[in-house]
Design a protein around this ligand. Sequence first.
Ligand code: DHB
Ligand code: FE
Length: 280
Amino acid sequence: MARVVGGIGTSHIPAIGLAMARKQVADPYWKPFFDAYLPVRDWLSEVRPTVAVVIYNDHGLNFFLDKMPAFAIGAAPDYRNADEGWGLPTLRPFPGDAAFSWHLIEQLSAADFDLTTCQEMLVDHGFVVPMQLLWPQADSWPVRVIPIHVNTVQHPLPSPARCLRFGETLGRALESWDQDERVIVLGTGGLSHQLDGRRAGFINKPFDLYCLEKIVHEPEVLARHTIRELVTLAGTQGPELIQWLIMRGALGPDVRQLQRNYHVPISNTGSGLLLLEKAA
Ligand code: DHB
Ligand code: FE
């Protein structure tokens, strides 16, 4: 049977991908940020997950404001990224697992979560930057991937409470797959940031630290916030936190925190990192 082994929350800021492409990882500005990922990579090389479910929001590459699903899932044999205007390189394709994707679609649908099913899907920086952060050296991606897009762009957005429940259902769906897979769930985006409007540049460090604290053992406290409150407290792009809530829900009630880091700012964002192991 498939087993969820852990979850990782990480920001997905394009500047991180650019710093990697420009080989600035060891520069004094970037080193403390990238060093926080070293224990996570060690853990990954020990646990050797076979599948990564990546929860992210498409920012306009695969979907645009004219057609924006609340939840969408890839069911493709592979996934490519493409130029979004940030100058990020085009990477080798990410191998998919369409059969596992369809199992999740069936299970989530039976639990009344309707997903847009994508048999081809471009993945943007929300997906790509976390993958590069976790496996920077790999000659080939060591995991098959299942991308899940969540609308955090075009209001109304799915509520935090619904996302936590989505994650719980996703976790059960993953563990009901009859193949022997070790699954890692990535929740990407956040933490506080506002890229546009009068409060552009807004970051709320105390709220970010509160989120990193609460999501470990009391995610339901975060799930009580409304999207409007998240925008007020964490900026217009702050609702990307709902992707972390899906990741957290998928791990079930009992987790152990193995790594936590907060680095502010990276570009316009309070950047968070969390590694959670599912307690047996
Ligand atoms: C930034 C952060 C994001 O989450 C994003 O999707 C794009 C840009 C930033 O801080 O620059
Ligand atoms: Fe984003």
